[in-house]
Design a protein around this ligand. Structure first.
Ligand code: NAD
Length: 321
């Protein structure tokens, strides 16, 4: 269904250029693509160029493609101009269903026939977003993690009206563009990783709301605990090791019954003012005077160190970065 093969793509359009769209722009530039961006906000271009400049030192460390340059970014004055010559489109507009529906229909009308259009949505099924598009077969979800230039994972899934070939094309394209891809064969709200993240976040908010842990305790419990293991081994294999020589079978026999206790509350907590303010001020305390830009730089430095230490930088490992 697509004229350009994933290997031959040179020009990518990014529509919506906030935190995630800007991160995609930085990623695609670093991988040597020509990138055209569009965002309706009056200050969008200045914000986007600041984001790319701030990310570039990390991208240099990750390893740039030959000829990669921030100069290969064009900010288009209209959505139509942004996608007119695109060979792949990444949509990263705000997470509002009506907006996504309307925008994907507009993108579908303006993008050359057959070109795959991916949405960064954090959880809407494509089936619900592709309702207004004239040719929904080329619409897929390509769900990234913040920041897309640093965290390798992207989850790819189509909707009821997506051509399976578009899903295959997108997965192959993302792999060539340096991402680590999970292709899902069915729609699940929240995909995979966000379901897991949300379960943890919900419980963390309950614990803060009930005074059982502070914001700082929650963060330290992960960074000084399971988070260290999760950077190198997922939760399943990690627990298999917790079963000793008996592995996961022993783990299930030993701790399976306590799963029924249950320790955790799966209903979302009420985000009342006290909880809201407590969590926001807890994060301000944790920042300890560092700006968001300082924290982004520190995060990028440390994630790169983990990727390097675990052999996941291009040229010295799996090439996932
Ligand atoms: N922030 C995250 O951690 C994260 C992670 C993965 C996926 N996502 C998804 O990425 C998408 C973007 O989220 P974000 O965090 O970058 O939000 P954001 O608010 O930082 O950026 C959204 C951008 O879209 C622009 N915009 C507004 N209306 C638009 C329109 N009609 N067409 C195009 N652009 C428009 C805004 O000006 C803004 O720059 C959402 O679907 C979100 O669910 C976010």
């Amino acid at each position: 269904m697509k004229k350009t093969s994933p290997e031959d793509v040179r020009r990518v359009a990014c529509v919506g250029a906030g935190v995630i769209g800007g991160g995609w722009v930085a990623h695609f530039l670093a991988r040597g693509y020509d990138v055209t961006a569009w965002d309706p906000a009056p200050d969008a271009e200045a914000r986007l160029r600041r984001l790319v400049d701030a990310a570039w030192p990390a991208l240099v460390q990750l390893g740039l493609a030959p000829d990669a340059s921030p100069d290969r970014l064009t900010v288009a004055p209209t959505l139509e101009q942004a996608v007119a010559e695109a060979e792949f489109v990444q949509e990263s507009a705000p997470e509002k269903l009506d907006l996504k529906r309307e925008l994907l229909a507009k993108l579908d009308a303006a993008t050359p026939a057959g070109v795959v259009i991916a949405s960064s949505t954090s959880g809407y099924p494509m089936t619900d977003m592709q309702t207004e598009a004239a040719t929904p077969g080329r619409l897929v979800v390509g769900h990234p993690f913040n920041p897309p230039y640093l965290i390798p994972l992207v989850e790819v899934v189509g909707g009821e009206h997506t051509d399976p070939e578009a899903v295959r094309w997108a997965s192959r394209f993302y792999e060539i563009a340096g991402k680590s891809v999970i292709t899902m064969d069915r729609e699940v709200p929240g995909f995979i990783a966000n379901r897991l993240q949300e379960a943890l976040w919900r419980e963390a908010l309950h614990m803060v709301a009930n005074g059982e842990a502070t914001v700082a305790d929650i963060d330290r419990s992960i960074t000084e605990g399971p988070g260290l293991r999760w950077a190198v081994m997922g939760p399943m294999l990690t627990f298999a090791l917790a079963g000793g020589e008996g592995g996961m079978a022993h783990m299930l026999d030993h701790f399976g019954p306590s799963l029924k206790s249950p320790w955790t509350r799966l209903e979302a907590p009420e985000l009342d003012k006290e909880l809201y303010d407590g969590v926001v001020s807890g994060c301000d305390d944790a920042a300890d005077g560092r700006s968001i830009a300082d924290l982004v730089a520190a995060r990028d430095r440390d994630v790169i160190a983990v990727l390097r230490a675990t052999g996941r930088l291009p040229g010295n490992g799996t090439g996932d970065a």
